[in-house]
Design a protein around this ligand. Sequence first.
Ligand code: SF4
Ligand code: SF4
Length: 414
Amino acid sequence: MTAVLPSRTPAPERPTGGRLIDQFEYGLDAPICLTWELTYACNLACVHCLSSSGRRDPRELSTAEAEAVIDELQRMQVFYVNVGGGEPTVRPDFWHLLDYAIGHDVGVKFSTNGVKLDRARAEQLARTDYVDVQISLDGATAEVNDAVRGAGSFATATRALENLAEAGMKDFKVSVVVTRENAGQLDEFKALTDRYGAQLRITRLRPSGRGADVWDQLHPTQAQQRELYQWLLANGDNVLTGDSFFHLSAFGEALPGLNLCGAGRVVCLIDPVGDVYACPFAIHENFLAGNVRDEGGFQRVWQSSELFADLRSPQTGGACTKCAHFDACRGGCMAAKFFTGLPLDGPDPECVQGYGETALAARDAATVTPKSHIDHSHKGPVRGQPTLLGMPSIPKAAPARICDESPLAGLDLR
Ligand code: SF4
Ligand code: SF4
């Protein structure tokens, strides 16, 4: 593991009382936001996919290995896991693993583009406790959504929403990545979500995976960030945001949600081949802490990895510590800084005070922005593949050799 963070003093003991956020900074015995991407396979080819998904990785965890991970999560008392991908429901054993997790006291919240959520599956989900579903939608209209997620994807997602609503499913979510194209549709998203009796969840576009290729073009402008902040102040109590927008708290009043980068402290990712990263938006070897197949499994990685110990140590805010808004914003998102080539102890590229833009402009012409070593993007055209108007064609990195063999073997992509 390569050291990625400025050097720090050794980690002190986690405080046993006081504010929760102070305890979170020192890490917990088990993650509270564990994301598990079950597969890199996906029927779509969204332009901003954070994990560059498309083709299945033949090294994917087997059913038995996935069950062993769930057993471990049960022992660690991880109460729920965020399951994603790729498109998790194209794994033939997805429904079995869902039942297995729930049967072992691990609740499941899964994200899907809706491709498999027909009436029968919706009714099955409505009958199941401890399961939550998030349907991804990146435009409140087909025109805006399909430009990013592909032709027909709006119709697929809204059909799934209809099926869930008609089946009587409670508390399902519509999950939106806020972009320059849809930032003006927040009220429409809210109305659409209310229509299905669902809840709106909005997240930040990070320059991770294929998102790095379109971030310059799609990330919200400064004016849109301010409007988004005002909108969240007015509507935030009924909208989920996770840790997405705490950098906006530098505009003034703190927003609801986790106001802290939880990477490696309360957040981590298990990827389809069992690699454990500090955060779902940090799929890069610098943030790779270990693999669940290693001796000691996930628990050992979470509790003993050198990288996570480093992330849980007191951090310097670097240039940000001079900022009057540091307590609210804490320098923003580690992954956003890393994948735009900015120092991790400096301002976020979307710093609302404008310091991020200055830092981006001041990057050396020779700066090479880090790229993930993982890319499972489809090699050929995909039905309905999105094309952003005015976008330059995106050069594809040479695919990992391992993915050239039977990339979709055993998967039902209907
Ligand atoms: S790196 Fe960014 S996305 Fe990841 S946990 Fe930190 S703030 Fe959240
Ligand atoms: S300078 Fe740093 S702490 Fe201040 S608002 Fe910008 S990112 Fe946040």
